[in-house]
Write a protein that binds this ligand. Structure first.
Ligand SMILES: [Zn+2]
Length: 216
């Protein structure tokens, strides 16, 4: 009975930590790391081209295997240590080197892989308003999810806080989805992502130092 009590206590602490993290006004420091945000190993990044202004935020979804939530596989993939024999779906991921700056889990907790000042490898072949290689000038946020499931309330809460912190640190002028910069090739974050809700939440937090356009 005592053990049960402890486990429940631990869950409560973890839940409140996630909530607290989600409700906090975050800040991205000079080096591009979120203050108080957990970090995870990721070698898949490099320098942005000299003088590049970081002005695009790209929203993605990911789950490994698709629609299975809560495991360590996304962190493993971004660290190049995914056991590709662990699931048949992973076979196609062998040798793949990808990353994103942030990953927001279903419970709203967030982990950072790459400092925002560095280039993460999330967009691939892409084009935004005639500019190719979106990785050069964008920041990528992965939501744990899929094209067929609704996202969680806690994820919207965290996403609004995080996007605000990013837009206050970098001159973000546009926020869009992966599907819009790689049409025909990518479909995320997909039809279940509520752009109106995200836009509304963001507007409620952002200090409006500049216009930020949402392209859903
Ligand atoms: Zn994507």
């Amino acid at each position: 009975m005592k053990t049960e009590g402890k486990a429940e206590g631990l869950q409560a602490v973890q839940a409140s930590a996630a909530q607290e993290q989600a409700g906090t006004a975050w800040r991205i420091d000079e080096a591009g790391w979120g203050v108080g945000i957990a970090r995870s190993d990721c070698p898949n990044c490099d320098a942005r081209p000299d003088g590049t202004e970081i002005n695009l935020l790209v929203i993605h979804n990911i789950s490994l295997p698709p629609q299975v939530y809560g495991g360590r596989f996304v962190e493993d993939l971004f660290a190049n240590r995914l056991d590709c024999d662990a699931h048949p779906y992973f076979d196609q991921l062998r040798g793949l080197k990808v990353s994103a700056h942030f990953f927001i889990r279903r419970d709203g907790s967030v982990v950072q892989f790459v400092p925002t000042t560095q280039r993460a490898w999330h967009a691939g072949l892409s084009n935004f308003k005639g500019r190719e290689r979106c990785n050069d000038f964008s920041i990528g946020i992965e939501l744990e999810g899929s094209d067929v499931d609704d996202y969680c309330d806690a994820q919207y809460t965290t996403l609004a806080s995080l996007a605000t912190a990013i837009a206050e640190r970098h001159p973000i002028s546009d926020i869009t989805g992966h599907e819009n910069i790689a049409p025909g090739r990518k479909t995320d974050p997909g039809p279940h992502f509520d752009w109106v809700r995200f836009h509304h939440d963001f507007e409620g937090l952002f200090s409006r130092v500049r216009e930020v356009t949402f392209r859903s």
